[in-house]
Structures are given as C-alpha cells and as structure tokens.
Ligand binder design. Structure first.
Ligand code: DQA
Length: 146
C-alpha cells in the first residue's frame, strides 16, 4: 500500500517562510518523519510538492495507476482558489485528509474557506507539522481495515 503526501505552492520554503506562522521545520524534515513512520508499518509514503497547479493535478490523476490508496494534502493557497484540484481529487475518488500547518480560521477571512474541506475524510489545521503525522496515523488505520 502507498500513501501520497501532496504539498501546494510555497511549502518548499518551510523553515524560512514566515517562521512565526509556519515554524522552523522544513519540508524535508516532515517528509523524512512521515516516510520513517510509514516504513515502520510497511507502507510506502511518497511526497510531492509543486508550485504549479497543473503539476499537482497531474500527480493526483496518476495516483490510481500508482496504487495510491490515501492522500494527505496541504493545498496551501490553492485551498482557497482551486476548483480544478478539487475536481481532480473527486475524479480519482481516493480518500484524503486536508492538512494546514496554521489555523486558517484564525487568520485572514479569505483563508477561512477551503474548496477541499467538504469532500475530505477530515481536516486538520493549526497543529503545525504534527498535523501531517496525525493525518498519517489516520491513513494507516484506514489501510489496516480489511
Ligand atoms: C497553509 C495555509 C494557507 O492559507 C496558505 O496559503 C499556505 C499554507 C498552511 O499550511 O497553514 O500556503 O496551507
């Protein structure tokens, strides 16, 4: 079994980007923690970050062929804008958890709405990098189900 972790625009800058909002943990730190946790459970955790909407959509569309059974998604700013990425997730019908490092409800009003939340298995925001690991535990528990 495989789990895909998808990160949207500007998340490649984690660690140096607005550290008061997003903390000091880098994307590489998050990836290695998640891959290690997956490995311990015999599950391949793949991570992909892109600043380009179309590349994220292509990656989602390729997921069924790659036998991805769960997606953990931080759409970043595309959460608030991308009907196209939402449509891609609905097209492949792979369950996903939406993660945001920051509490989007405690920030600018334009961040309060996400195009992904109503179709997600669940939404985690405001827990920093821990949110990804919490989402991963949920995904692993789902994959263990017969
Ligand atoms: C974010 C929140 C978004 O509003 C923002 O555009 C991001 C990061 C988060 O993880 O807190 O880029 O998704």
């Amino acid at each position: 079994p495989r789990i895909l972790v998808l990160h949207g625009p500007n998340l490649n800058l984690l660690g140096t980007r607005e550290p008061d909002v997003y903390g000091h943990t880098t994307l590489a730190d998050i990836h290695s923690a998640m891959e290690a946790r997956g490995r311990a459970e015999g599950v391949l955790v793949e991570s992909f970050q892109s600043n380009h909407e179309g590349q994220l959509i292509d990656r989602v569309q390729a997921s069924p062929l790659e036998e991805i059974s769960f997606i953990i998604l931080n759409p970043a700013a595309y959460a608030h804008t991308s009907v196209a990425l939402r449509d891609a997730l609905l097209a492949v019908a792979i369950p996903y958890v939406e993660v945001h490092l920051s509490n989007i409800h405690a920030r600018d009003t334009f961040r309060h709405h996400s195009y992904f939340s109503d179709c997600a298995a669940g939404v985690i925001c405001g827990l920093g990098p821990y949110g990804y690991l919490a989402a991963l535990e949920y995904a692993l528990s789902q994959l263990r189900k017969p």
